[in-house]
Write a protein that binds this ligand. Structure first.
Ligand code: UTP
Length: 690
């Protein structure tokens, strides 16, 4: 039977889950820096990765277009607001897949309310997965833009983040290896599921700080926060030391290549004694825990895992924020997250030395979490397919695209005519609203009176059910009994005492009955009066209705759209609902259409690439023997988005021949499919009141 570890207390499952970390803790393995030859083997794949993630024009344009669109809509919503880009998109340290971080600066605003307002605006604009986080220190709205495919975070008044972005941008400018190493580390962390503060691992920002710390320690870059001239500034009412010394330089800087720096990065953090000190790039090196005042608080991650205790102690992998120095960037860690990171750092360190490939080191842990990312190799699924199969795929996708386009157009037509109808109806109702108001008051009166009539009737009927005689008979009987009781007595026919008593009690009973009957009769009178009033009000209502019909009729005659339409509020509301439904469907279909267009573009690009490669190939065949060297080799490696954008812009720049083709197509009367690229302008035509 497998048992719990005596040293760590980990269960057999956890020992397996964190096997690299467990082996390291139990001294079953020892780590070392890899040999130079081994490191060299990583150079090419790392350079390829860095190339793939270099800033490309298409992405910059996509971001710019989205920024302009958001800026316009946000500034029109919040007066005196300004939108600023921060995070990796502004510092130059982004992966292709990185979030687009935007900060909305709005002076004196209720941030939570503002976030809610923004989120409903974004939903209205058709953004996907709109999510708000209002309980964080800085409230955020997260969403993805279906047109550009960008994942966006908008935070409010996140002023300090603008300063730390400036610091990272300054480091990025200092030496190209900063960007290179950040790219490699973020890529690895992303694929090994170690880079998500929301799920208990470190943020992308924290990984970047770890890289900067490593490069300062390795003497690759100087500490930019070191200077005799300090910049102290007030940010949101708190003073911070925001010194960034862009003139700082190093003597005898380390010239190591990125592969070597990556190997030492993994070694540094895999072997780090996290409990001993605190990482501080501000200080240019570690601070002791005593200096910093951050205790390695219990319970540890392992204790939490072993005892199912949910709350872990603070500061286990302490990383000081460069400006907000009371903030520990590891505050987001959860026990599994911490163990996972430590385990993976050791795994990467081992694999770097044992001849594994970069691809296997970065083997994706959770495919579904990265589904939204562009694949590094855009044509990965087409490489082993024959030309005819790809041509078939292209034809099929084009046919789907055309039929979907028709559908979208039909839906748009339907939506516009429904909007027109609702607007026309609303016009009618507004113009006859005076009449409708009186109408409404009368109807309300009818309802109240009808309730009263019902009540009177029930009281009357209840009394009547207790009285056995109608009132006139009671009165007759009363006078008869009264007469009998009061007439002069015939000495020969004196009634017995018993009989006398009977007459008296009958008389009293008749009197009580008479009082009740009078009450019933009064109720009946009120009942009749109310019924009559009700009748006359109903007659008035009919007059209003005729007036209203006349007014409506006149307008209907002027509006052909409304012929045969019964105009009332309910009908208008149902038209509005239909518009909303249509809007939703149109949005969904447009997203599908956008995907199909991209797929057609991709398949066409692959076919063009294949045919140009075949041409080169046959050219080389013809020249074989005459020139064996110096001919450029066709690119057999993975094609990336960067390649594709180059390829497409080369095609765009083909110039005159392209122009001729365009003119011919126009002359031939072909239907224009429109610009196949993502166009924010199209969204601009979507109006809220629609
Ligand atoms: P991210 O963690 O998203 O970093 O934080 P990033 O470098 O932009 O990551 P990718 O490229 O999208 O994956 C974005 C910005 O938020 C601020 C920093 O300014 C960071 O650049 N931030 C983040 C903080 O100030 N503190 C934190 O703890 C996290």
């Amino acid at each position: 039977m497998t048992s719990y570890c005596e040293k760590t207390g980990l269960s057999p499952e956890d020992m397996n889950l964190y096997r690299h970390y467990h082996s390291y803790l139990t001294q079953k393995i020892s780590l070392s820096k890899p040999a130079n030859e081994t490191i060299k083997g990583f150079s090419k794949p790392l350079q390829r990765l860095i190339g793939n993630h270099a800033q490309n024009n298409n992405e910059a344009k996509r971001k710019e277009r989205l920024f302009n669109h958001l800026e316009k809509s946000l500034v029109s919503k919040f007066q005196s607001a300004s939108l600023v880009v921060f995070g990796s998109s502004a510092s130059g340290l982004s992966l292709k897949s990185g979030d687009y971080d935007l900060c909305l600066i709005i002076p004196s605003v209720d941030e939570k309310k503002a976030i809610k307002k923004i989120s409903s605006m974004l939903r209205g604009q058709g953004m996907d997965s709109v999510e708000t986080i209002t309980n964080a220190k800085v409230p955020i709205v997260k969403f993805s833009d279906p047109r550009s495919g960008l994942q966006v975070d908008i935070s409010i008044n996140n002023s300090l983040a603008l300063h730390n972005t400036k610091l990272l941008a300054a480091y990025c400018k200092l030496d190209k290896r900063v960007k290179e190493l950040v790219t490699c580390v973020k890529y690895w962390a992303l694929h090994r599921n170690l880079c998500d503060a929301w799920s208990g691992t470190l943020s992308s920002y924290a990984w970047t700080i770890l890289v900067i710390n490593h490069l300062i320690q390795e003497n690759v870059i100087p500490n930019l926060q070191q200077s005799d001239n300090r910049t102290i500034a007030d940010v949101d009412g708190i003073e911070y030391d925001l010194t960034i010394n862009t003139n700082a330089s190093l003597n005898d800087a380390n010239e190591a290549e990125v592969a070597e720096l990556l190997a030492s990065f993994f070694y540094r953090y895999a072997t780090r004694e996290w409990d001993k000190s605190v990482i501080s790039i501000r200080n240019g090196g570690d601070l002791t825990r005593k200096e910093k005042g951050w205790r390695n608080e219990p319970p540890s991650a392992i204790e939490v895992i072993n005892s199912d205790n949910t709350k872990m102690g603070n500061h286990h992998m302490a990383i000081e924020d460069p400006f907000d120095i009371d903030v520990d960037l590891c505050r987001v860690l959860r026990a599994h997250g911490e163990l996972n990171i430590k385990n993976e750092l050791i795994r990467a360190c081992e694999m770097f030395s044992d001849g594994s490939t970069w691809k296997s080191i970065c083997d994706t842990v959770n495919e579904s979490r990265l589904e939204h990312l562009e694949p590094d190799d855009l044509f990965h699924d087409l490489r082993d397919k024959s030309d005819s199969i790809v041509a078939n795929m292209l034809e099929k996708t084009k046919a789907e695209m055309v039929s979907l386009e028709k559908r979208v157009n039909a839906l748009e037509d339907e939506k516009h005519s429904t909007i027109k109808m609702a607007k026309a109806m609303r016009g009618v109702i507004d113009e006859t609203s005076g009449i409708r108001k009186e109408h409404k008051a009368t109807v309300l009166g009818l309802k109240e009176r009808s309730d009263l009539i019902e009540e009177i009737k029930s009281q009357r009927d209840k009394i009547n059910s207790d009285i056995i005689l109608p009132i006139h008979m009671i009165e007759d009987e009363l006078s008869k009994v009264y007469k009998r009781l009061t007439e002069e007595l015939d000495i020969h026919r004196v009634p017995s005492l018993e009989r006398e008593k009977e007459h008296f009690s009958w008389f009293i009973e008749l009197q009580a009955m008479h009082a009740k009957a009078r009450e019933a009769s009064e109720l009946h009178q009120r009942f009749i009066e109310n019924i009559n009033l009700q009748k006359s009000e109903i007659a008035k209502l009919k007059i209003y209705e005729t007036q209203h019909d006349d007014a409506t009729k006149k307008l209907l005659e002027q509006e052909p759209l409304l012929k045969d339409k019964n105009v009332n509020r309910k009908e208008v509301i149902s038209f509005d609902r239909r518009v909303q439904k249509l809007q939703k469907v149109v949005r969904q279909r447009r997203t599908e259409l956008h995907k199909l267009r991209r797929e057609v573009g991709r398949l066409e690009a692959w076919m063009r690439k294949k045919s140009s490669r075949n041409k080169n190939h046959s050219k080389r065949k013809n020249h074989r023997g005459s020139k064996s060297s110096g001919t450029s080799k066709p690119n057999a490696g993975p094609v990336t988005l960067g390649d594709i954008s180059g390829l497409l812009s080369a095609i765009e720049n083909e110039g005159s021949s392209k122009k001729v083709r365009k003119i011919n197509a126009k002359k031939a009367g072909m239907r224009k499919l429109g610009n196949l690229s993502a166009h924010r302008g199209e969204r601009g035509s979507f109006k809220r009141k629609d």
